[in-house]
Design a protein around this ligand. Structure first.
Ligand code: NG1
Ligand code: MG
Length: 521
């Protein structure tokens, strides 16, 4: 499916709110650059309902796009030789990016923390896409110059993917500006190219955020699969007899700086589960060679826990094909993996030293350091292979159970059967993120406890964790009650000077929204 291109007019079926937003950014653009933009690109934030820290193991996740987003209003200034950036948020000052005349890439310096780095990441992946689809035009010649006005309301560092929203909007804008108005880009291509964008800033992320931001659909959540290829299937929440299904998103306001903490947090988790997969593979004598990666990032492709699961079933259970994503087989395979993790790694809850992990892999400590610890640098005392692998397989299992609840055609005998079962999965996910993956934080735990005590059926961190946001499942009629409890018992206690505006931004109750699009003016 193509990224939608929408004409900004009421006759095109666009909501008045979207039209107003476009007209408002158009006039801000005019103030900044003294002209009218040619088009606007948009990409939303997302919340992940369940399936945390498993996308980089190629296990499916259940996110939805939400109605906070990033907009880029763009004017093509063909031969200016630069991209001039302006931002609605005064904390982010104007920037000029010079475009190399020989058509080479703009350099990105991840050691300098600057908002334009995200733009540069989107620019880079769009540029490399352009070189692929139109090499004659983009191999040696520079990209077109641009004026860009950015405006977003996805909280930064809040676990709702402000980074993916910005990068997807940027990449889309650069492709549209260089290929012209008629060019149609597929959602799959936009997702695929943006998945690797943050790797240029040193974060070895999976593909959930970009898939959710690009492929979001009004009133639908998404089941995102990464194998055999990237696929986002939209589904509606089940219609219950008397209660609407609502998710309350509450930000801890603890900002998770992913880049600074990557060596001990996010990237270390990716490394630990990669090592766990390879230790299991060595133990059971199976090969993870030639793993299928959506990113095409072959340098870092060492096989993952899904590859191990498939290799194990091929060798020991005569499976003739890799797991195809089916719910029943998935539950069977993952349950077997959990047993095996217990038997194989369960005796070492204290974790593995470098030497112990290298020995388990039959390689030298030096080779181990080179192969696993150097591409993205990491720091640790011991590698918690048992806990991390157990989290991944159990979380992947919970996603399948959650999907079955969301999509099962059998009616629930009572509404609360749905709420209780889905809520329990969310609570188990939180427990696993906290105790096995160590990616929760005290503020997240407090919000979850308050939400659960005030009517929520399930409550958990969403996104990478280590701060950021929470998501809680509630009856539609209980939204206000849960919000009030969070305000009185968490926000006003923890942040006594919090303003009304800050509170309005901290708690979001959004219906699922549409993904990336272009607005033509
Ligand atoms: P956040 O930090 O919430 O944007 C990150 C990763 C995802 C996924 C989740 C955890 C990036 C861009 N995204 O999301 O790929 O692994 O953590 O489920 O780093
Ligand atoms: Mg992010």
């Amino acid at each position: 499916m193509s990224v939608p291109v929408l004409k900004v007019s009421s006759s095109s079926g666009l909501s008045q709110a979207s039209i107003d937003k476009c007209l408002s950014i158009e006039s801000k653009f005019a103030k900044a650059f003294g002209a009218k933009p040619d088009f606007i690109s948009r990409s939303p934030g997302r919340v992940n309902l369940i399936g945390e820290h498993i996308d980089y193991c190629d296990f499916s996740v259940l996110p939805m796009a939400i109605d906070v987003d990033m907009l880029c209003a763009v004017k093509v200034v063909k031969s200016s030789g630069k991209i001039s950036l302006s931002n609605d948020d005064s904390r982010f000052g104007n920037r000029d990016i010079e475009l190399p005349k020989d058509g080479s890439f703009v350099a990105i310096d991840p050691s300098v923390s600057d908002w334009s780095n995200y733009f540069k990441c989107g620019l880079h992946v769009a540029h490399s896409y352009l070189k692929q689809v139109a090499p004659d035009r983009f191999e040696k010649a520079p990209l077109t110059g641009l004026e860009v006005f950015c405006q977003g309301n996805v909280p930064t560092g809040g676990g709702l993917s402000s980074s993916a929203a910005f990068i997807c909007a940027t990449a889309l804008a650069v492709v549209r500006a260089n290929m012209g108005a008629g060019y149609s880009m597929s959602q799959q291509d936009l997702t695929k190219i943006t998945v690797v964008a943050e790797h240029y800033l040193g974060v070895n992320n999976g593909g959930m955020d970009q898939a959710a931001s690009v492929c979001g659909k009004d009133d639908h959540a998404l089941y995102v699969e990464f194998k055999p290829e990237l696929k986002a299937t939209a589904f509606k929440f089940p219609k219950l007899k008397s209660h609407e299904i609502k998710f309350v998103i509450a930000n801890t306001l603890v900002v998770a700086n992913k880049y600074e903490t990557a060596p001990t947090n996010y990237n270390l988790r990716v490394v630990e589960v990669t090592i766990a997969a390879n230790v299991l593979a060595a133990k059971y004598g199976v090969s993870l060679k030639n793993p299928h990666k959506i990113s095409g990032d072959e340098d870092t492709a060492k096989g993952n826990l899904r590859d191990f699961m498939n290799a194990y079933f091929a060798k020991y259970q005569n499976a003739t094909a890799p797991w195809d994503g089916g719910i029943d087989t998935g539950i069977e395979y993952l349950t077997a993996m959990l047993k095996l993790v217990e038997e194989t790694l369960g005796s070492k809850p204290e974790g593995f030293t470098v030497h112990e992990a290298a020995t388990a892999l039959n390689i030298s400590d030096e080779e181990f350091a080179r192969e696993y610890l150097s591409i993205f640098p990491v720091r640790f005392d011991t590698l918690k292979l048992y806990q991390r692998a157990k989290h991944v397989y159990s979380e992947a299992l919970r996603v399948l159970r959650a999907l079955r609840l969301m999509t099962s055609s059998t009616q629930f005998s009572s509404d609360d059967e749905f709420f209780e079962q889905f809520g329990a999965l969310m609570n188990e996910s939180q427990e696993s993120c906290d105790k096995l993956y160590n990616c929760s934080c005290p503020e997240t735990d407090q919000i979850c406890t308050i939400a659960l005590a005030n009517g929520a059926f399930g409550s958990r961190l969403t996104g990478a964790g280590f701060g950021g946001s929470t998501v809680s499942l509630v009856h539609g009629s209980d939204v206000e009650k849960v919000k009030k409890a969070l305000i009185d018992k968490f926000y006003k206690v923890k942040y006594p000077n919090i303003t009304k505006e800050q509170l309005d931004e901290a708690i979001i109750v959004s219906k699922p929204t549409a993904g990336s699009c272009l607005y033509e003016l």
